[in-house]
Design a protein around this ligand. Structure first.
Ligand code: ADP
Ligand code: ADP
Length: 234
């Protein structure tokens, strides 16, 4: 079973009269429970591919299947619902609200989505535990370290029990120790809980934690290597 599958996707951006072929025909199928690193030079199309996998960007052509439906055909409003209900996003800049504490940040998307506050806070509590930040539950996020902030962002992504977590340079603003801690967390989510993670990184030390490395060059897949294969714990 695949968490997400792209079939011959392309993306052409139009800047005035100039077309930029950011993605030139990529097919990838990502099985559930896999941790995938997308690598490649700057400008090669990594973020565009990730954004298309997550319904943040619509392909110019091709298909993207999540749960058996082609999301490339979805309306904007249907895409918004899909992103809110099934996908977890983690960005390089943590995108947290600095005036709120940890649990408020984690509960916020649920509250905005109409979940009642008792339910939202208990689900937030659970994801905070999953990322090991119980002791920071009531701390304002601007008092947290970069590594802790990124774990808050991961906890926020986990509250909806996403089909898929998409991370764009998640360690880009972290030092190597915090970056590796984040990778340990991702590995635990993937290998003990069956979560699926697709991340863009240009750091080979970070990519080394993945089960599979997809190298993009000039909008195409240059290499697609499964480096590890983990059988689920029995
Ligand atoms: P990467 O993530 O590998 O650095 P991107 O996917 O961000 O690559 O970009 C691929 C190409 O598409 C680059 O040439 C970039 O300038 C161009 N591009 C990306 N986003 C846009 C956009 N919104 N409008 C126009 N061109 C874009
Ligand atoms: P990253 O590659 O880390 O995602 P970028 O700086 O390439 O960050 O892109 C930041 C934002 O600008 C993205 O939303 C991207 O789609 C957009 N972008 C990138 N290149 C261009 C471009 N040439 N023209 C317009 N927008 C662009």
């Amino acid at each position: 079973e695949y968490a997400v599958q792209a079939v011959n996707v392309t993306k052409t951006y139009t800047n005035g009269y100039v077309g930029v072929n950011a993605v030139r025909g990529i097919s990838v199928a990502i099985p559930c429970g896999q941790m995938v690193a997308i690598m490649g030079p700057s400008g090669s199309g990594k973020s565009t591919l990730l954004h298309m996998l997550g319904g943040l960007e619509r392909p110019t052509s091709g298909q993207v299947f999540i749960d058996g439906s082609d999301i490339a055909k979805y309306s904007e409003s249907k895409l918004t619902v899909l992103r809110r209900q099934k996908l977890g996003f983690v960005f390089q800049t943590f995108n947290l609200l600095s005036v709120l504490n940890t649990i408020e940040n984690v509960a916020l998307p649920l509250l905005l989505d109409g979940v009642d506050s008792g339910n939202a806070y208990s689900r937030a509590e659970e994801s905070i535990r999953e990322v090991g930040l119980d002791h920071r539950r009531n701390t304002l996020v601007n008092r947290l370290s970069g590594g802790e902030r990124q774990r808050v962002a991961v906890a926020r992504a986990l509250t909806i029990q996403p089909t898929l977590i998409l991370a764009d340079e998640p360690t880009g603003n972290l030092d190597s120790v915090n970056g590796e801690q984040l990778m340990h967390l991702f590995c635990e989510l993937v290998h003990s809980k069956g979560q699926t993670v697709v991340m863009v990184t240009h750091d080979a030390n970070i990519a080394a934690y993945a089960d599979r490395m997809i190298v993009i060059q000039d909008g195409r897949v240059a290499e697609d290597v499964t480096v590890k294969s983990h059988s689920p714990a029995i």
